[in-house]
Design a protein around this ligand. Structure first.
Ligand SMILES: NC(=O)c1ccc[n+]([C@@H]2O[C@H](COP(=O)([O-])OP(=O)(O)OC[C@H]3O[C@@H](n4cnc5c(N)ncnc54)[C@H](O)[C@@H]3O)[C@@H](O)[C@H]2O)c1
Length: 247
């Protein structure tokens, strides 16, 4: 699907208030897409929605705590009721609080896991039938090195990201006959975001890049179906270079 064809198409994007999600929201706004923006930070979400509108897109700000199953269900229903079937769902919101096994409590563990994995399930289930009825769609979860490797003090984040990889593999198989592409996508490079400010070493901070450089990858994902790429763990940095060069 060309950039022109994306105009008027619907995107559901979580974690849209700042960081990588905010950069993706801008890129979709520039292409005239209708974007449902979901985040827990209501004020910054309104700013993001204004930004999308100023760039030529349509925006619906839907504040919600994605660790809360009912709130997550409510916002995905509202997004579809107000904007229609999404061409793409990107679950980008996540929380990383570095705590060791000795430090973390069960409620803290649950919260991080629910934002990352439970919300991935609820949001995907929320769009699944609408994407089938529309003849296809694209779903992507933001992955990380923590989706395939273990890191100390990531007792909740790591299993959450690993879980998203498993959910993606199942849904990619089930989505194939309906032309629904399901992938995970990892930044592939150090990015300058609030999460990175809180967690990167000084060495990583020296090389971080603006997350806007990754957005061609997410524009590409907005136009694909299951025959293009599905069931993959994509690298946003590499994909952005490739589709940027092709486009
Ligand atoms: N920053 C990195 O280097 C890096 C590396 C690998 C993967 N990632 C992944 O990329 C994605 C974006 O990362 P980022 O660096 O932009 O992070 P960020 O912390 O800057 O932004 C995450 C967004 O998610 C939102 N969020 C957090 N908890 C929420 C909740 N309970 N309900 C709703 N929204 C909530 C935050 O408010 C924020 O707007 C994440 O999934 C992250 O795991 C980031």
């Amino acid at each position: 699907m060309s950039a022109k064809e994306l105009r008027g198409q619907v995107a559901v994007l979580t974690g849209a208030a700042q960081g990588l999600g905010r950069a993706i929201a801008r890129a979709y706004g520039e292409r005239g897409m209708k974007v449902a923006l979901i985040d827990i930070m209501a004020d910054r979400l309104e700013e993001a929605a204004d930004e999308v509108r100023s760039l030529g897109g349509e925006a619906l700000a839907l504040p919600a705590d994605l660790s809360d199953a009912k709130a997550t269900q409510r916002v995905i229903e509202e997004a579809l009721a107000r904007l229609g079937a999404p061409r793409i769902l990107i679950h980008n919101a996540a929380l990383l609080k570095q705590r060791s096994m000795l430090e973390i409590s069960l409620p803290q563990w649950r919260r991080e896991l629910d934002i990352i994995l439970q919300a991935a399930f609820i949001l995907s289930k929320g769009v699944w039938q609408a994407m089938i009825d529309a003849g296809g769609g694209s779903i992507a979860y933001l992955s990380s090195g923590s989706g395939i490797k273990g890191f100390a003090a990531e007792v909740a984040y790591c299993p959450g990201k690993h879980g998203q990889e498993g959910l993606m593999k199942v849904l990619a198989i089930e989505g194939q006959p309906y032309n629904i592409a399901v992938n995970t996508i990892t930044p592939g490079i150090a990015i300058h975001t609030p999460m990175s400010e809180a967690n990167y070493t000084e060495e990583h901070k020296r090389d971080w890049v603006d997350p806007a450089l990754l957005t061609p990858a997410f524009v590409y994902l907005a136009g694909i179906g299951a025959a293009d790429v599905s069931g993959e763990r994509l690298n946003a940095w590499e994909l952005a270079q490739r589709v940027g060069a092709e486009g």
